[in-house]
Ligand binder design. Structure first.
Ligand code: KIV
Ligand code: ZN
Length: 524
């Protein structure tokens, strides 16, 4: 065990396998376009993750192209594509990641009887055969093959061991043990892994990984149990997004190992100061807000409301803070631009923040910056980040806002009129008298687009503190049973709400046209 930086040894290094763009993208309502996925992947590389699971290439041509673009552009981490056991899946995954300097194919099949009987409707013998054939097929293309026995934590350990042994014999270099439905408890997972090591001594020759879901709120605790049992790769996602209740949260695992390193003795290569920014980027692009009290990245994670706590922190920070907020990249907001700042200053500020913008993208960002700077005295790094991220979303948008007008008064119901650009390039207008000005705008958008969207979630926030802060609105809505999420940023909260609504509408309509099939096929 190592106790301090400098004495660290490689055997205690934990590899961070990020699945934000694969398992995370499976969350209801999330549908990231290629540009958004690339932006997240670049930020994950800055964060220092070891592996990016970039998607499931067989799922759709869009998924394939996004994984391929990440493999071609993003340097540093291993770029991984997910595949079921069929040759077709593995070929798609390989073709999508082959341009990466460090490609990986991750193939999986369930080993629990519940899945084998009811979902796969096959036999244990067949599962062994499929696992063997899948790993062997992938190994024809590349060395770095990962294998997961899905739903392992509910499976018979002896049978899972048999399948894992076969995967190792065929050349799998990483074996990942998923708690697919978030059912395990830490001591059970630890015992399962200990038994697996006994049954498969060859596991010591490969990397052992753990992949936990949060259905019972135990994903991080179970991941830690996995690491304590010997795993040296942990699969996790930013803000813990993922199927159902989500995956283990990357930021919680990274800060747990960082803060408690003297006791746990394990370390990661995560650049912790990039955590807050990565969390904001993922939240904005997915439309999934972070709960205020979320560990590490929630708005209140470092807020002290109680007088006793405030008093303590003012006297000595460590009285009530176990982590310094600057360690996760919070409270660093040094960049300030004003309305006289030019294109060069903007481009330099963006570069300092890691955004390389030029040509049309820089022109658009500059135009948006000027609009904001005219209304707001100081434009900070947080504002710029929100604006640039907001612009990135344009590509996904089928519907965009042309203009809106609202009559609001406490004496009569508010009336809104909107003009919306439709996906076919034409414009349509609509009007509505609603319960409130924002409701009137939403209903007017429904009238203009002819889509009967139902709002299911609406949140307003501010990008920074202060009266002239940019407003940020998040929306989740439903169209014919398909959900869409979107966010919008503006100095005018009604404008931000209209932008968010149109983005969410575009995603939901696209999903309903695709029969809800954006993302992973029904079979996993
Ligand atoms: O949760 C799970 O089992 C998965 C596998 C594909 C690894 O996401
Ligand atoms: Zn999963």
């Amino acid at each position: 065990m190592s106790t301090a930086a400098g004495e660290r040894n490689d055997a205690d290094r934990v590899l961070i396998f990020d699945t934000t763009l694969r398992d995370g993208e499976q969350s209801p309502g999330i549908s990231l376009n290629r540009q958004e996925k690339l932006e997240i992947a670049h930020q994950l590389a800055r964060l220092g993750v070891d592996v990016i699971e970039a998607g499931f290439p067989i799922a759709s041509p869009g998924d394939f192209q996004s994984v391929q673009a990440i493999a071609q552009e993003v340097e540093g981490p291993v770029i991984c594509g997910l595949a079921r056991t069929s040759h077709q899946d593995i070929d798609a995954a390989w073709n999508a990641v082959r341009d990466s300097g460090r490609p990986r194919v991750h193939t999986f099949i369930s080993t629990s009887d519940i899945h084998i009987e009811h979902q796969l409707q096959t036999t244990r013998e067949d599962v062994i055969g499929q696992a063997r054939a899948a790993v062997a097929h992938a190994k024809q293309y590349l060395d770095d093959v990962e294998f997961s026995p899905m739903d392992a934590s509910r499976a018979d350990v002896e049978f899972t061991a048999e399948v894992v042994q076969v995967a190792i014999d065929e050349g799998a270099m990483t074996i990942n043990i998923p708690d697919t439905v978030g059912y395990a408890m830490p001591r059970e997972l630890e015992a399962f892994l200990a038994r697996l090591y006994e049954l498969v001594p060859d596991l010591r020759r490969v990397a052992l990984s753990v992949h936990c879901h949060d259905d019972l709120g135990l994903a991080v605790a179970n991941s830690l149990a996995g690491l304590e049992a010997g795993c040296r790769q942990v699969e996790c996602s930013i803000n813990g997004i993922g199927a159902r209740a989500g995956n283990a949260s990357l930021e919680e695992i990274a800060m747990l190992l960082h803060t408690r390193e003297p006791s746990v003795g394990l370390w990661t290569a995560i650049e912790t100061t990039e955590i807050a920014r990565t969390s904001r980027l993922v939240s904005r692009l997915t439309g999934y807000q972070v709960q205020p009290n979320k560990a590490i990245v929630g708005r209140n994670a470092f807020a002290h409301e109680s007088g006793i706590h405030q008093d303590g922190v003012l006297k000595e920070r460590t009285t009530y803070e176990i982590m310094d907020p600057t360690t996760v990249g919070l409270r660093s907001n040094s960049i300030v631009l004003g309305k006289h700042s030019g294109r060069h200053a903007l481009s330099e500020a963006l570069r300092e923040m890691g955004f390389e913008l030029d040509g049309q993208a820089l022109n658009t960002a500059f135009k948006r910056f000027k609009e904001i700077a005219d209304r707001k005295k100081q434009v900070t790094a947080m504002d710029l980040e929100a604006l640039v991220t907001d612009e990135l979303r344009e590509e996904i948008t089928g519907y965009t806002l042309d203009w809106f007008e609202v009559d609001a008064s406490s004496l009569r119901p508010p009336h809104a009129k909107v003009s919306v650009n439709l996906p076919d390039g034409s414009a349509a207008s609509g009007s509505f008298t609603g319960d409130g000005p924002i409701d009137a705008v939403f209903q007017a958008i429904n009238a203009a687009t002819g889509v009967a969207a139902k709002l299911s979630d609406f949140t307003i926030g501010a990008v920074t503190e202060g009266q002239d802060a940019l407003g940020e609105v998040s929306i989740v809505l439903e169209v014919d049973g398909s959900t869409g999420a979107g966010q919008g940023v503006s100095t005018d909260i009604i404008d931000a709400a209209a932008r968010a609504y149109l983005r969410a509408l575009s995603v939901a309509v696209a999903r309903s046209h695709a029969g809800g099939a954006i993302g992973l096929p029904e079979t996993i």
